[in-house]
Design a protein around this ligand. Structure first.
Ligand code: FMN
Length: 402
């Protein structure tokens, strides 16, 4: 495992040496990155000699053919900012990339762990707290600072967390706690295909990426996962039992035969609402074809399982283009869901086929949480945090990062 250790300009920068050593003891290879101000507190030479890797300090330091912030982001498994200044936190929250470390943050898709260290008033400042809240929502894991005696002579929160707990958090993020161990989870994904004749069909633009990411994340958390999927071009997620189906009827049958046994059901598939009344055995000829295609409603799987629901935790997806909130809330009530995940697919770059998604999670008690636009694997992590919170009625959020 490769971790980038980002060190910023504060007194606690000297503790990065201990953090680096503990990371190495835990089996990580460490790539240190320092801000210009961090070098006022400790020298790059110390981190370079201890890590055995060059310490990167500036965006334009390296004149080789590689674009270093992109190359390093791709090569690593985790970005750990320890200690992180209020300044860095602000830049991360607002997407400012004016030095190597902040540029690296924007370039990485790995989990990010942040261990802040600062004076108590800087910590309590609404700007810092709002920035941290934005980062938490984005899935950044914050290792909260401790109360205690600070370098500025004051007492209060702001002291860097113990290096042992920072490294422990890094380990948990990369080797996640099996929080769903023993749970049986059923996920649906992808489109359905409603045949008209042997060569033609009705379908939709779903790629299956969101449902596959949800199934993969549940398996990572230790659940026994069955993925019922319409036709997609995606590889099977590791550790997941995949049952391929084609039509809405086939998906309904597969869901019904696994429903009773499931603890959680996440219906992320884009099931066709309509299906042709008849499927022709032979290709319909242009000369004899009617200009009207007769359709009837496809099975409403969510409605059926909503009626059958006993102890299952039921999550539905609502892909909407008009009155999204109103329609999603109606779906939540009518289908007896425990959560509904709203996708406003009219927004550019969101939902079907995209690698990114922006969801709103709505619960029966009226809570409605907008999550930011994120890669789908991170959306899946945040969604499982929300489901787990309700399933276990505890708050595992932050136990695992995005
Ligand atoms: C002696 C000294 C100690 C500092 N300690 C902290 C600190 O603990 N936390 C913090 O957020 N800023 C601290 N600062 C302020 C930062 O160094 C300053 O905001 C700087 O711009 C941060 O740059 P960087 O985030 O690029 O490293 C300190 C400054 C000085 C001079």
């Amino acid at each position: 495992m490769r971790v980038i250790l980002g060190v910023t300009g504060c007194i606690a920068a000297y503790k990065s040496v201990v953090i680096l050593r503990l990371l190495q003891k835990s089996g990580f290879e460490v790539f240190p990155v320092m801000t210009r101000h961090a070098q006022e507190f400790i020298t790059p030479l110390t981190l370079e000699k201890l890590s055995g890797n060059k310490v990167i300090c500036g965006v334009f330091d390296d004149r080789s053919t590689e674009i270093e912030h992109i190359a390093l982001a791709r090569r690593s498994d985790l970005l750990l900012m320890a200690p992180a200044t209020a300044n860095l936190i602000g830049k991360m929250a607002h997407g400012i990339a004016d030095d190597f470390l902040s540029t690296l943050y924007l370039s990485t898709t790995t989990p990010v762990v942040l261990a802040p260290a600062m004076n108590v008033e800087m910590w309590r400042h609404p700007a810092t707290q709002n920035n941290l809240q934005m980062l938490r929502k984005r899935g950044v894991v914050i290792v909260e600072p401790e109360p205690g005696y600070l370098a500025c002579g004051e007492e209060g929160e702001g002291r860097l967390a113990q290096p042992e707990s920072i490294v422990q958090t890094a380990l948990e993020v990369l080797r996640p706690v099996k929080s769903l161990l023993g749970k049986k989870i059923l996920v649906t994904a992808g489109p359905t295909i409603e045949d008209i004749d042997p060569v033609r069909f009705i379908s939709n633009r779903s790629s299956g990426k969101m449902g596959y990411a949800i199934a993969h994340e549940a398996a990572q958390r230790g659940a026994t996962v069955t993925l019922i999927t319409g036709p997609t071009y995606l590889p099977a997620p590791s550790g997941v039992r995949v049952l391929p189906v084609r039509s809405a009827v086939e998906m309904r049958d597969a869901v019904l035969s696994h429903f009773a046994d499931a603890d959680v059901v996440v219906m992320a598939a884009a099931v066709s609402d309509f299906t042709p009344v008849t499927v022709e055995a032979h290709k319909i000829k242009k000369a004899t074809a009617s200009s009207v295609l007769q359709l009837h409603p496809a099975p409403d799987i969510l409605e059926e399982i909503g009626k059958l629901k006993q102890s299952q935790f039921l999550v539905g997806f609502a892909a909407e283009t008009q009155n999204p909130l109103e329609n999603a809330r109606l779906k939540l009530r009518e289908k007896r869901l425990d959560l509904v995940v709203l996708n406003d697919v009219s927004q550019p770059g969101v939902g079907f086929q995209s690698d990114y998604n922006q969801i709103t999670v709505i619960s029966p008690d009226g809570e409605c949480e907008d999550l930011p636009l994120l890669p789908k694997h991170q959306v899946a992590q945040l969604l499982w945090d929300r489901i787990s919170k309700r399933l276990f009625a505890i708050a595992p959020e932050g136990a695992r990062g995005a």
